[in-house]
Ligand binder design. Structure first.
Ligand SMILES: [Zn+2]
Length: 177
């Protein structure tokens, strides 16, 4: 048995439309000034969507509309309808673990409908970057690739009505009885 510690985390990719073009919200990395998206550990009483909404509000001051991943219409509702993918990532020690460990990182994507209306104090300075700026940001290459992919689909994804999660379907079914 491995004693490798694993944490559930979320990486929050927040977009807003400025005129005709979409932009991504990035925060300045407090360690080296590079660009980061809001991210955090999923706490005991949370699911990844709850963590994402909490973390985005705390780090950027924005309230987001979480978007479901672009999947075929007949895909059955999933347990967590806002998670686009889950990727295991080896990480260094953090506030939750004093040695190297693994993050099972859920990718969450959200849209801010009114980017100029900030809903609360932000922990970090944020800015909205265009797709063309990705090459100039200091980012891991894997992150850059994901961000390019998200820019490609954000217009379509933001227009999709969220599919009900399993809990909501069950609730609707119980209400019908
Ligand atoms: Zn961790």
């Amino acid at each position: 048995m491995s004693d490798l510690v694993a944490h559930d985390t979320v990486g929050c990719h927040v977009f807003a439309r400025f005129g005709q073009s979409w932009r991504l919200c990035v925060i300045a990395d407090p360690r080296d000034g590079g660009a980061l998206v809001a991210a955090g550990h999923v706490e005991a009483d949370e699911d990844p969507s709850t963590t994402a909404a909490r973390q985005i509000l705390a780090e950027t001051g924005h309230r987001v509309r979480l978007l479901p991943p672009p999947l075929p219409q007949d895909t059955p509702p999933s347990e967590n309808a806002s998670v686009w993918r889950v990727v295991p990532m080896p990480v260094a020690a953090d506030n939750w673990c004093d040695r190297g460990h693994v993050h099972r990182e859920s990718t969450v994507v959200g849209a801010v409908d009114r980017p100029f209306a900030v809903c609360g104090p932000a922990e970090h300075a944020t800015r909205w970057v265009e797709r063309g700026e990705l090459d100039r940001l200091r980012l891991p290459d894997s992150t850059r690739g994901l961000l390019r992919d998200l820019f490609d689909v954000i217009d379509q994804a933001s227009a999709v009505r969220p599919r009900p999660g399993r809990d909501e379907e069950l609730r609707a079914e119980l209400l019908r009885r």
